[in-house]
Design a protein around this ligand. Structure first.
Ligand code: HPA
Length: 270
């Protein structure tokens, strides 16, 4: 079956249970699953029940779709993402994103854990993604055979969503930096030389996700907003070795702030 057919099939199964369509989709990164627990009247669907959904092998990812209401807005949260680095497939989140679209979403908010390249943006803080650099050189649209593959990415992170996320952060009293996110394939962390290079080319943060999903989402016509929770400084910026453990631990601090911002954002929409 085609991506669209599979997504319509998954969306129909979901809508049979949840009844009402959804306005905002979300993708949660490492350690950010707590947001899904805030959803009211939640219906939970394990990815394994949904056609075309991947099962993530990352220890901090739950792999369920949570549909319900948050601050009066109908939301569908992908709690758990699969990553390019798991199997080398940049299209791995295509079906879940297409399902969000088929559920009625017009916009998707993506979150991730990232390393900061800016000394003044310390771990535990949030960074609004203004733009990105695809350092992996991979595109999830390789292999698409129609002209719609030539997706323009001039304003990839929607200006109105960015402005509203900034307003929401101010309203919630959460500092929100903004900057450029650079996608490294992972799963290894970067070298200090790569981090220095990333700074020179204009990166403010680095991470192993989000960019392929953003490209897919724009291809599907979804508006995109994205926020990183900063879990560490880039390799070589401190004397410490990086670890996934740290990503999870510090991610939890950022998650609390992120929940406040998302709640304020949705509250202003309702
Ligand atoms: N590099 C890549 N991915 C990450 C990092 C990092 O420093 N921190 C959290 N995810």
């Amino acid at each position: 079956m085609t991506t669209k057919g599979l997504a319509q099939d998954a969306a129909q199964r979901i809508l049979d249970k949840v009844k009402e369509p959804v306005t905002v989709g979300m993708v949660l990164g490492s350690g950010l699953g707590a947001l899904a627990d805030e959803v009211e009247n939640a219906h939970r669907f394990a990815y394994s029940e949904l056609p075309g959904f991947p099962v993530s092998s990352v220890s901090s990812h739950a792999s369920e779709l949570v549909v319900g209401t948050l601050m009066g807005v109908r939301v569908a949260i992908l709690a758990g993402r699969a990553h390019y680095y798991e199997k080398g497939d940049a299209t791995v989140m295509k079906q879940p994103l297409a399902t969000l679209r088929a559920l009625g979403c017009e916009q998707v908010l993506l979150t991730n854990a990232a390393g900061s390249l800016r000394v003044e943006v310390a771990p535990g803080n949030l960074m609004l993604i203004e733009d990105h650099i695809n350092w992996s050189g991979r595109s999830p649209l390789i292999g698409v055979e129609s002209d719609d593959r030539f997706v323009g990415l001039t304003e990839v992170y929607d200006a109105e969503i960015r402005a509203n996320l900034k307003k929401a952060a101010a309203h919630a009293g959460v500092p929100l930096e903004s900057g450029v996110y650079t996608w490294f394939s992972g799963p290894n962390f970067e070298t200090p030389a790569e981090i220095r290079a990333a700074r020179i080319i204009g990166s403010d943060a680095v991470g192993m996700s989000t960019v392929p999903e953003v490209i897919l989402a724009r291809w599907m016509g979804l508006k995109v907003g994205a926020i990183s929770t900063i879990t560490n400084y880039g390799a070589g910026m401190t004397g410490d070795e990086l670890s996934h453990h740290e990503t999870k631990e510090v991610g939890a601090i950022g998650a609390e702030k992120l929940i406040k911002v998302i709640r304020a954002y949705l509250g202003a929409m309702a």
